[in-house]
Ligand binder design. Structure first.
Ligand SMILES: *Cc1c(COP(=O)(O)O)cnc(C)c1O
Length: 402
């Protein structure tokens, strides 16, 4: 049988760029696919399935509650929705129209990303604070606790934080200020795995809600994510995600997440109705999460490191090319490939462009391309791919027609 991508006329690509949504996230294990196949074979109550999945997420994240979302970005939108409405059904009904109600999420300027659109999509207004003195070299100071405090007012519903290894100020500082004002902290930790400890770390440091991608290091279905944290907020997120075309008279919420008192003021479809997660994906995410938690990540790291060392060996002696293996610390190793633009007459962007036109197309990380380097992230590379990457690179350097 021909491969479905061949039948559709879609190229299969070599991914040395990491877990990227535009390249398909990650690849799933056979065990995950088998569980998804089983999930496709029966009807279930999605609320019951989400509640059961939430219990597994809670166990592995050390949170009160969890929810499978349609990606980390959707988790952020649902998190913002939950903070905007809590369990106020009339507010749920109005979203994303938040006029006249508390709707501000305080965020340090340096924590803003292209993904904070997801918070705004719920109807939240971002209140940006702080300077970037360290980044600009203008000075030594970062955000002070009082600056967060000063931005908090009657219109504030949450504080947002983007997690990354060296992020300032520390989450604990932000969480402490927020807690003093009874405000939840929403953490975008979409790509902060591995290390595995990060599943628990941000909640332990005081986050109220944390978003992870299911289709990155967890290697679940690409369209999944995790929202975990405080039970009242996860519950408010779930009720706004579920299909609510049910009769209050017969609604029988599974014990655990959903508050039976919602029956008295029964919500319609919420803001998250468009972010539904299918039963196959809920199951796939849960099995992937369990496998991620149990995996020997150090052994996987060593294998990835060996693959990168193999690629470096294949490139050794190539004119105008210098490689550096970065061990990656607690995160994944990467291979940095520097191109001597003067010697090659070619810059990193042009080389990357040619690689993407190779057969098969090869994708490498472009984060440092402005600096003449491409970065190989091995998360999506399979054994043997290093030879294809090396051959594609040599062809790209030699062939201006690509
Ligand atoms: C990938 C990413 C997201 C989006 O995650 P999805 O699971 O693709 O929705 C959000 N924030 C950050 C920082 C990310 O890296």
């Amino acid at each position: 049988m021909s491969h479905i991508y061949d039948r559709l006329g879609v190229k299969r690509r070599i991914n040395g760029a990491g877990s990227l949504t535009r390249l398909g996230g990650s690849l799933m294990d056979e065990a995950v696919l088998a569980a998804m196949r089983q999930a496709a074979d029966a009807f279930v109550d999605i609320a019951e399935l989400q509640t059961a999945a939430g219990a597994v997420i809670a166990r592995h994240t050390g949170s009160e509650a969890g929810l499978v979302t349609s990606g980390a970005a959707a988790a952020l939108t649902l998190a913002a929705a939950a903070c905007l409405t809590r369990h106020d059904v009339a507010r749920m009904e109005r979203l994303p129209d938040t006029s006249g109600m508390a709707n501000e999420i305080v965020i340090h300027r340096l924590h803003r990303t292209g993904y904070d659109h997801a918070l705004r999509a719920a109807g939240a207004r971002l209140v940006e604070i702080g300077f970037n003195d360290r980044g600009t070299g203008a000075g030594v100071r970062g955000l002070e606790a009082w600056e967060i405090e000063a931005a908090i007012g009657p219109g504030t519903v949450a504080v947002a934080y983007t997690a990354s290894p060296a992020m300032q100020p520390p989450l604990a500082t932000v969480a402490e200020v927020a807690a003093r004002h009874g405000l939840p902290v929403i953490v975008d930790a979409a790509a902060q795995l591995p290390p595995k400890d990060n599943l628990r770390r941000f909640l332990a440091e005081g986050a109220s809600l944390v978003a992870f991608s299911g289709g990155k290091a967890i290697r679940g279905p690409q369209g999944t994510g995790i929202l975990c944290g405080r039970k009242d907020l996860v519950s408010a997120a779930l009720i706004q995600q579920l299909d609510m075309d049910v009769s209050p008279e017969t609604w029988n919420p599974p014990a655990g997440l959903l508050a039976p008192e919602l029956k008295a003021r029964f919500p319609h479809h919420g803001l998250g109705r468009g972010f539904k997660v299918d039963k196959e994906s809920i199951v796939g995410l849960i099995v992937s999460l369990e496998r991620f938690v149990e995996a020997d990540l150090w052994r996987e790291r060593r294998a990835k490191r060996d693959l990168l060392a193999g690629l470096a060996a294949l490139l050794a002696g190539t004119r105008g090319v210098a490689t550096t293996l970065d061990d990656g610390g607690a995160r994944s190793p990467t291979l940095d490939i520097a191109f001597d633009e003067a010697a090659l007459g070619l810059g990193a962007f042009e080389i990357s462009r040619r690689l993407q036109r190779h057969d098969p197309p090869v994708h490498l990380g472009e984060r440092a391309a402005h600096d003449g380097r491409l970065i190989v992230d091995p998360a999506g590379l399979r054994p043997g791919d290093e030879a294809i990457v090396a051959a594609a690179l040599k062809a790209a350097l030699a062939n201006s027609k690509l």
